[in-house]
Design a protein around this ligand. Structure first.
Ligand code: NAD
Length: 322
């Protein structure tokens, strides 16, 4: 009988990480979730130990990471990810991408485990090439406020590639494009949870700038499938994981208002500095090397997300009434 895979998910109590932990448990893996709860929460992983062998360890990956026993895969998702979070925690974001990445690469090397880095489309900055293939080197302002995230991830990629070259560690880099789904925080500053929460409350839906800037939104289950395929492959990447369907922020806001049946108006606010104008992944490499492409269209994904936010709002109203 083959033994089950033992998988470390750093950042496992966050939005993407908690979905990844659930999928890994459902696939029969043993999961060790490391998280310092900076932007994640225990509510995201509540009940996971009932699905399979799941262990949570409150741990900051910048402090060094050692674990007893065998580890087969190390996923590094531990980093603030939303603009509000990384602007609030600039030094912690740089540390998670640098020292945190180094510590987890050392763990993977010691255990002869596969290492998967959750990098980001932000490494392309405000891109001058559209859509973005992995061969594009990006257009990043290295000193602007967003650089704490963009450059941390670019450094994390360089470190991952260097560990592979120098130490022979099996590594894979995923460049994740905007992902959405249940368990995002209402106030994390990202468009989908902001629009859905505002529309469900009947508040004005706030669109930055003229709303013509685009994003490509990937449903979280599709992303997790891509991460799992990357962990099982040998390819170093980087591999873009995202949904090539592109939508302007104004169209997204309009669609959310319609789908929630809300009476909210749409209002325009100041555009943040260095906010990218266009974002769409070229996923040719993911198709060829992983056999991956997203299968959830935006309407289906938004319906699931809206329904989750609706029930989360109902639960918190009931809880505060008790
Ligand atoms: P999130 O903020 O919900 O989750 C990040 C998790 O990492 C949180 O639980 C947080 O507490 C934890 N964490 C942060 N610093 C840590 C540290 N030093 N030690 C241990 N834990 C730490 O964000 P998310 O949206 O789930 O993103 C997960 C990963 O995917 C991030 O690395 C992010 O850069 C990457 N990513 C996400 C998206 C997206 O659209 N969600 C897009 C591109 C890349």
């Amino acid at each position: 009988m083959s033994r089950r895979n033992i998988v470390v998910v750093a950042g496992g109590a966050g939005f993407v990480g908690s979905h990844l932990c659930r999928h890994l448990l459902d696939a029969g893996c043993e999961v060790i979730c490391l998280d310092n709860l900076l932007t994640g929460g225990l509510r995201n992983i509540a009940g996971l130990e009932e699905r399979g062998p799941f262990r949570f360890q409150r741990h900051d990956v910048t402090r060094g990471t050692s674990l007893p026993g065998t580890v087969d895969v190390v996923f590094h998702l531990a980093s603030p990810a939303s603009p509000l979070d990384y602007l609030r925690h600039p030094l912690a974001t740089l540390a998670a991408g640098s020292t945190g990445t180094d510590n987890l690469l050392r763990l993977a090397r010691e255990k002869s485990a596969r290492f998967v880095l959750a990098s980001t489309s932000e490494v392309y900055g405000d891109p001058l090439v559209h859509p973005q293939p992995e061969t594009y080197w990006g257009n990043v302002n290295p000193l602007g406020p967003r650089s704490v995230y963009d450059e941390a991830k670019r450094f994390a990629e360089a470190l991952t590639a260097a560990h592979r070259r120098s130490c022979g560690t099996s590594t894979g880099i995923a460049r994740i494009f905007n992902t959405y789904g249940p368990r995002m925080r209402s106030a994390d500053g990202r468009a989908v949870p902001a629009f859905v929460t505002q529309a469900l409350r009947g508040d004005p839906v706030t669109v930055a700038g003229d709303g013509l800037q685009t994003r490509s939104l990937c449903y979280v289950d599709d992303l997790v499938e891509g991460l799992l395929l990357l962990s099982a492959a040998e390819t170093p990447g980087p591999v873009n994981l995202g949904n090539p369907y592109e939508i302007s922020m104004l169209d997204l806001a309009t669609r959310v208002v319609r789908m929630t049946g809300s009476t909210s108006s749409i209002v325009f606010t100041e555009r943040p500095q260095d906010d990218p104008s266009l974002r769409r992944p070229d996923i040719t490499r993911a198709r060829q090397e992983l056999g991956w492409e997203p299968t959830t269209d935006l309407t289906a994904g938004l319906l699931r997300t809206i329904s989750w936010f609706r029930s989360a709002a109902a639960t918190s109203t009931t809880a505060s009434a008790l």
